[in-house]
Design a protein. Structure first.
Length: 134
């Protein structure tokens, strides 16, 4: 399917533009972002995307994700329905606390991207023991 046709048929309000790629539109990709006491865990579905086609960047408190979803090889006239998006996808998320970007780890397994981003020590919860003075 022609990417331009997919963009025209998709929700136009959903298209986003990246500052450095003003001429390229990215469809927002749905993500799950969980916050634990020690880290953030982001998961998203990237079926058919190779690890080298995924771009992840963490700058200060901002996480940027980009990828390109390719067609599965079927010709456009073979489809009875064609609902899955094909083309460039991306997402930028502002994290609520400081993170250790250099310790982030990403895996792409069976079409599921999992990104683990440890919180900075200054952002982690600290437990303080209270001593009783008599």
């Amino acid at each position: 399917m022609n990417t331009m046709v997919a963009l025209e048929c998709g929700p136009r309000w959903a298209l986003r533009r990246w500052a450095e790629d003003e001429d390229v539109a990215y469809m927002p990709i749905p993500v799950d972002l969980r916050e634990g006491p020690e880290e953030f865990v982001l998961t998203t579905s990237l079926v058919g995307v190779k690890p080298e086609e995924v771009s992840l960047q963490i700058e200060d408190d901002t996480l940027s994700l980009r990828a390109e979803v390719h067609p599965d090889g079927a010709e456009a006239d073979e489809f009875l329905m064609h609902e899955r998006y094909v083309g460039k996808v991306g997402r930028t998320i502002r994290l609520p606390v400081a993170v250790e970007a250099d310790k982030a780890q990403a895996t792409l397994e069976a079409g599921l991207l999992t990104l683990r981003i440890p919180k900075a020590d200054s952002a982690r919860s600290k437990y303080i023991k209270v001593n009783l003075k008599v």
